[in-house]
Write a protein that binds this ligand. Structure first.
Ligand SMILES: Nc1ccn([C@@H]2O[C@H](COP(=O)(O)OP(=O)(O)OP(=O)(O)O)[C@@H](O)[C@H]2O)c(=O)n1
Ligand SMILES: C[C@](O)(CO)[C@H](O)COP(=O)(O)O
Length: 383
């Protein structure tokens, strides 16, 4: 075997201070450990991945990795990172790899480029250190005062660090002290080390605030989808006096009935269509056919709630909705604030996310002749 990876995941996350060890907390449905594993699974240069875990976390590990095939194995770690690495290297003896990359599960954003550069670096030396050049002013607090370091000479070490397997295995077997990384052991033993530049995105999740930052980065990478919905209903003949018709769940006085199988709420129907469209889930007529007696005179809030629940199943959130009602009469704008509030309440979002406006067709066509009422909605969702 050429290149194997040890992913260190046996720590207790003391500084993270949460109920669940940090490596098993999820972002966008995947544990931190899973993010790290997938990065190496995708990389063609990697032949095997071994995760070093804490025995007490076995069920979390299994839940996180059960669908991954035999590219992945695990072994148990120790009570320090150094001991966990030693245990992992011992396990790798049976594969006798040429190179080993040692990576922290706490670094979920390792890139393909960085993995490739570490592996390539091992063609010309025995160990590869990944160092991110300091850009801040760095101060060293000493008993006799504070020294400002030459930041051009200071870098923060990241993982994965790369090693010739024989070299790092032998060192770990013969050295007992504690080390927070494995290059430090090489430095004490005159090993030929190449340093490559790290990546700012390759953050280590240590405290809860790092985890919040990781979630923020992933949110930025979320996918936006847009849906468009249209609905039209016929009006009845003119009545002698006003009745109440429903638009966006609000009762509006008008001297015509809306002819429909359900309650004929064009506003709710158009928004439902837009939400379904954003998720490519078909249209309202396929889900609630107008020849099905169960939906006769139905309150259209029911359709909107259906779409809201489907969105949630797909982990989608509504960003905004813009609805336009098109009719000559009744006048819509006097009711638009209550309509916005009602839509927001049914969808359990905020009123600022909903716009309701209206237009006429300048007395032209079937809408201008007051034969009907129409609505168009556009919505954006984030998934
Ligand atoms: N006995 C240990 C300690 C740490 N690690 C792993 O080494 C990586 C870097 O360690 P760190 O980020 O410090 O994790 P913890 O040790 O869990 O954190 P803390 O120091 O806050 O307890 C982590 O992925 C961690 O799971 C390990 O495998 N075995
Ligand atoms: C290996 C490491 O990620 C390099 O920055 C770091 O040293 C791990 O340290 P920790 O104290 O175990 O988090």
């Amino acid at each position: 075997m050429n290149n194997v990876v040890l992913i260190m995941a046996a720590g207790n996350s003391v500084r993270f201070a949460a109920d669940l060890p940090k490596q098993y907390n999820k972002v966008n449905g995947k544990t931190l450990l899973r993010w790290a594993i997938e990065a190496f699974l995708q990389n063609k240069l990697i032949d095997k991945i071994v995760v070093v875990i804490n025995e007490e976390h076995l069920h979390f590990y299994e839940n996180s990795t059960e669908d991954i095939g035999n590219m992945l194995e695990y072994t148990l770690g120790g009570d320090t990172r150094k001991k966990s690495v030693a245990s992992g290297l011992q396990y790798l003896q049976k594969f006798n790899p040429v190179n080993v990359l040692i990576h922290d599960a706490a670094r979920p954003l390792v890139s393909q480029k960085l993995i490739n550069r570490v592996v390539e670096g091992l063609d010309i030396c025995e160990a590869v250190d990944v160092g991110l050049q300091a850009v801040d002013t760095i101060k060293y607090e000493k008993p006799d005062g504070i020294e400002v370091l030459e930041r051009e000479k200071v870098y923060a070490t990241q993982t994965p660090q790369g090693f010739k397997f024989e070299t790092i295995s032998t060192l770990h077997q013969n050295i007992q002290g504690d080390y927070t990384d494995d290059i430090s052991i090489c430095l004490e033993n005159q090993i030929n080390i190449k340093r490559i530049e790290g990546e700012r995105s390759n953050i280590k999740i240590t405290n809860w605030s790092d985890f919040e930052y990781f979630k923020f980065i992933k949110k930025e990478n979320k996918v936006y989808r847009t849906g468009l919905g249209t609905d039209v209903h016929r009006f009845s003949e003119f009545l002698e006096s006003d009745v109440m018709i429903k638009i966006c769940g609000i009762e509006v006085a008008h001297n015509q009935l809306i002819i429909a199988h359900s309650d004929g709420d064009v506003g709710f129907h158009a928004i439902t269509e837009a939400l379904l469209g954003a998720m490519a889930l078909g249209n309202i007529g396929q889900i609630f056919p107008d020849n099905d007696g169960r939906y006769k005179n139905m309150d259209s809030a029911h359709f909107l709630i259906y779409a809201r629940n489907e969105l949630r199943k797909l982990c989608c959130e509504i960003v905004n909705i813009d609805l336009t009602i098109i009719c000559e009469k009744p006048r819509i704008m006097p009711h638009s604030q209550r309509m916005r509030k009602n839509i927001a309440d049914v969808l359990e979002i905020e009123i600022y996310q909903v716009s309701v406006k209206a237009t006429t067709t300048e007395k032209m066509g079937f809408l201008g002749n007051q034969n009907g009422i129409a609505a168009q909605a556009i919505c954006t969702v984030i998934s």
